[in-house]
Design a protein. Structure first.
Length: 130
């Protein structure tokens, strides 16, 4: 009986959103930045966890990032979702949107050069089902 309970518990964990396969969004360098990487979008019920990793990020520079309407490189400058700024090329943010809803319209993750240079995009990636 104990094994049966453990088996059901493990099966339940395997089906939970925490263990769902993430959507990988490649982030390509823009404006000669040399910065590229990826974002992983994990479904968590009515929310989505966004994990971003950038290679080539400048040391000591905090880089804002957002999810914008549109596609790279022609995104709407007004963000749809705010993400935590990258520190040492890394950030994790939980947003209040279902992953399946994020896939219903063109959206892109955009990384800015710095808080002082928000107009310059250094990396961008379109959020699309693969």
């Amino acid at each position: 009986m104990k094994r049966l309970i453990v088996s059901f518990a493990v099966a339940g964990l395997a089906l939970s959103p925490v263990f769902a396969k993430p959507l990988r969004v490649p982030l390509k360098a823009e404006n000669g930045s040399g910065e590229s990487g990826y974002a992983l979008l994990y479904p968590h019920g009515s929310r989505t966890r966004v994990v971003v990793r950038i290679h080539g990020a400048p040391k000591g520079v905090v880089q804002p990032e957002h999810i914008h309407p549109g596609s790279c490189p022609n995104i709407n400058p007004r963000p749809a979702y705010m993400l935590k700024s990258l520190r040492r090329g890394r950030a994790v943010t939980m947003i209040h949107a279902r992953l399946k809803d994020l896939l219903k319209r063109p959206l892109a993750i955009n990384v800015h050069a710095s808080h002082q240079d928000m107009q310059k995009s250094v990396a961008c990636g379109d959020i699309r089902a693969r």
